[in-house]
Write a protein that binds this ligand. Structure first.
Ligand code: KG4
Ligand code: ZN
Length: 353
């Protein structure tokens, strides 16, 4: 079964052809990172306009690289929620047009579920039920995946997403955008214990996160260093070390992510642990979680970095899962939705047909 996946929820215009939910025939991504860099973050209106320019060339390229035609496809899967509504609309309108023209079934994909489904593209596919940590620029969720059409949110961030904290602190320290990979890089050789940043814990049995405290502490630290720089440069020279700062900030975030996830996992023994979303590309997080899983005898599954950040291969992989689960295809009424929790999406799949 060949599924064409289409993704346009934020700043990547992407299309991919996936065979049987596991094999990547093509995976084309037109990234807008360089365009948004100058603004220090994604500008929604600009993102929508670039998706419009990019979507059809990207779709054609994905078909030509896979060496198939529309007639060879068995279905189309498109991210319709959550995300920037104007950006999502471009992918949804294109997918609806293609489905209408070809008569192919159209599967309405949830972006977070797609990040989780990226793990099916690995040699060792996860076994449901499993526990997943989805960490991106907009989300930090611990989700129990009962099946690819049934999800239970065990915890989520009460304020900033982990990726958002990375991006804001990277901007403040002058590294640029997107912040996560730049902090990851700049932390190389730094001491993660050099600066003690606070971690939030909501107590036993509560698996929520909060990253606004660590973000504010990091910004305050930078303010203090800035004052040293202007008034007492010798103290700035003595105390400020970029690698130590990045390693310590990254440690506070990855330690909190790992601790809560492993506590949640302990409530559901013997399940696989899946790490997904853009922040899953972080080297320190991958290492910490891999070690924690090894210690507790769980299998750790995490896609390579290029399948962690936004792409359409994950959308095609989830489209296949929806098709084999017997989900009714969507109709021409399918619309983009900016905010839609994953469990509500799964429970309402039948109403999208
Ligand atoms: O999943 P994604 O590509 O887009 C969203 O759905 O948000 O995630 C983007 C986020 C950004 O905040 C980016 O800074 C972060 O993922 N990110 C990282 C790394 N690579 C990307 N964060 C930490 N370390 C990385 N290596
Ligand atoms: Zn994403």
């Amino acid at each position: 079964m060949y599924i064409l996946g289409i993704e346009s929820s934020c700043d990547e215009t992407a299309a991919a052809v996936i065979k049987d939910g596991r094999e990547i025939y093509s995976n084309i991504i037109a990234s807008q990172i360089d365009i948004h860099k100058v603004y220090g973050g994604v500008v929604p209106e600009i993102a929508s306009r670039h998706h419009l320019d990019g979507i059809l060339p990207v779709i054609y390229e994905s078909l030509s690289e896979a060496d198939i035609t529309l007639a060879d496809l068995d279905g189309i899967a498109v991210t319709f929620a959550p995300g920037l509504v104007g950006a999502l609309l471009v992918g949804v309108a294109s997918a609806k047009g293609l489905a209408l023209a070809t008569g192919l079934p159209l599967y309405p994909v949830h972006h977070i579920a797609a990040h989780i489904a990226a793990s099916f593209l690995l040699d060792q596919a996860p076994q449901t039920p499993f526990i997943s940590l989805v960490v991106s620029g907009g989300h930090s969720h611990i989700i129990r995946v009962v099946s690819m059409t049934e999800y239970e949110i065990l915890g989520s961030t009460r304020d900033d997403a982990a990726g958002e904290a990375f991006d804001k602190v990277a901007r403040a320290v002058g590294l640029g955008y997107p912040g996560g990979p730049l902090i990851d890089q700049a932390s190389t050789g730094g001491n993660p214990r050099a600066i003690r940043f606070p971690e939030t814990d909501f107590g036993d049995g509560n698996f929520d996160y909060s990253f606004s405290g660590v973000k504010t502490a990091a910004l305050n630290y930078l303010n203090q260093m800035e004052q040293y720089r202007s008034r007492k440069p010798e103290l700035y020279e003595k105390y400020f070390n970029l690698a130590d700062f990045c390693a310590s900030f990254q440690f506070a975030i990855t330690h909190a992510l790992t601790r809560q996830l492993m506590e949640a996992a302990a409530a559901y023994p013997s399940e696989d642990i899946i790490l997904a979303g853009g922040v899953a590309a972080n080297r320190s997080l991958r290492t910490a979680l891999e070690a924690a899983c090894m210690e507790t005898g769980r299998r750790f599954i995490c896609p390579p970095p290029q399948l962690c950040t936004d792409n359409a291969a994950m959308v095609g992989a989830l489209g296949y899962q929806l098709a084999i689960a017997g989900v009714e295809p969507a109709t021409g009424r399918l619309d983009a939705i900016a905010n839609l929790p994953i469990d509500i999406w799964a429970k309402n799949l039948k109403y999208l047909s």
